[in-house]
Design a binder for this molecule. Sequence first.
Ligand code: PXP
Length: 247
Amino acid sequence: MLLKLGVNIDHVATVREARYRGRTEGEPDPVEAALVCEAAGAYGITAHLREDRRHIQDRDVTELRRRIKTRLNLEMGNAPEIVGFALKTKPDIVCLVPERREEVTTEGGLDAAGQLTSLSETCKRMNNAGIEVSLFIAPDPAQVEASARIGAQFIELHTGAYAEQFHRKRERQVELERLISAAKQAYQLGVKVNAGHGLNCENVPLLHIVPHLVELNIGHSIVSRALFIGLEAAVKEMLKAMEGYQG
Ligand code: PXP
């Protein structure tokens, strides 16, 4: 089973905004970066349009939609303005993420169980527009269950705690087991499973023991590595770490 890579290009825009904030152009261009990632074998491109527009700008998403050939995954908070933008821009999939503190569980994922009504509403509007929905949640049974009730096609399991505990063997095992059981639960409920946050070439190989994974969304480590070996090589290096996934 092929484990797919979605490359998050937010931090290419972070570097641009560090110098060109408020301007309509500047380098490095996240769209050009996305095209390099696609050519290197990425399955899709992920960008997070934040309410404060700290990195990705509206025009980036519009241009990504126009120019990339693979899948566009728009990460976004469930806020009316951004929902309107997504419905107009039509990414292939949106991944709903917490944007404000009250939307976050203690583990940092979206509190799907606490926002059943508003998330169901957004999910329905997206699906009616032909856009799939993913919910970025902690590997917590209540959140997986809520995601299925909301009608999301995917969950994205938050791997931040796993990444953080990676160098502590016992704690890491606990986090892996939570990811494994959340993935199994989602699969049984008919929800497809992605994962992401804090992943790098060192911690991805061990993640292969988590079943039912479709796609990993990875940004920071690839963009960081690109500074030293180039973006194309950084994407290929990650694809290599993902090879051999058994599902
Ligand atoms: N998935 C989601 C939902 C995210 O919010 C992020 C961070 O923007 C990522 C994946 C990628 O995380 P990282 O940049 O640590 O690889």
